[in-house]
Ligand binder design. Structure first.
Ligand code: DGL
Length: 263
């Protein structure tokens, strides 16, 4: 494999996956692409979103010639993995909610799934629940507002405790249920970026489970070797994003280049 690993998300969420991948493969080259012009994906219609995801990924693949595409977005993966695989010749690794590891961890058998509205209603997500957590009570919490908070945070604005608690109240209630919810699936890649706040605000100790380690394992399986000599670490956005330069740099990426989509 000669090209970099390309990580794609609607916004900054994929940086949580970039972190997991860099920890697993410190010598590999990475590129990052995000569709910030269409953010948040979780509130978009499925049909227009599928076409958009394919168009943006094709443009990003054309720009950096990667050896593998990591779709670091649950909202995109639960919708468009099949279409992406049909449109591309490189391996495509997706991100789906970590229901299976959460079911292994939960002792109370009450799990919360924190995700975008779109991910929560996808048949793909229901199939994961039916396959791996059919004996668990699942509390579904739509947290599109947390995507906005993570974007603001990476843009340099710390979140307000009041806004976060307003979004997370259903989680705190579930933790007081009988049986109490003890494990939270972070079913959106933006959410691990907010983990210090989630842990600090939670009234009880909870297991927080994301997909980063599983994605890193999968990337290792599809790519036997990585390009070790080529560290350009380019990033791409679909709208100008001066405010993201510092956040991208924190994760090792160069200031973003504007991605040009074919009509
Ligand atoms: N980071 C994306 C995910 O994992 C979603 C963010 C959005 O709604 O755009 O689902």
């Amino acid at each position: 494999m000669t090209g970099p690993i390309l990580i794609f998300d609607s916004g900054v969420g994929g940086l949580s996956v970039a972190h997991a991948l860099r920890c697993a493969y410190p010598e590999a080259a990475f590129c990052y692409a995000c569709d910030n012009a269409w953010l948040p994906y979780g509130l978009r219609q499925d049909d227009e979103l599928t076409a958009r995801i394919v168009a943006v990924c094709l443009a990003a693949v054309g720009a950096c010639q990667p050896s593998v595409l990591v779709v670091a977005c649950n909202t995109a993966s639960t919708l468009a993995l099949e279409q992406l695989r049909a449109a591309l010749t490189i391996p495509v690794v997706g991100t789906v909610p970590a229901i299976k590891p959460a079911a292994h961890l939960s002792t109370s058998r009450h799990i919360a799934l924190l995700a975008t509205s779109a991910t929560l209603r996808r048949p793909y997500t229901q199939t994961l629940i039916d396959s791996f957590a059919s004996d668990c009570c699942i509390t579904r919490v739509a947290a599109d507002g947390l995507v906005v908070e993570a974007e603001r945070w990476l843009g340099g604005y710390p979140p307000s405790q009041m806004r976060l608690n307003a979004i997370l109240t259903p989680l705190w209630q579930a933790a007081r249920d009988t049986p109490p919810m003890d494990t939270v699936v972070l079913g959106c890649t933006h959410f691990p970026l907010m983990l210090p706040w989630l842990e600090a605000l939670s009234p009880v100790a909870l297991n927080w489970v994301d997909s980063g380690a599983a994605i890193a394992r999968r990337v290792g399986q599809v790519s036997e070797t990585f390009n070790l000599g080529h560290h350009d670490n380019r990033s791409f956005t679909t709208a100008t994003a001066e405010s993201l330069c510092a956040g991208l740099a924190d994760y090792g990426f160069a200031p973003p280049e504007l991605l040009h989509l074919k009509n």
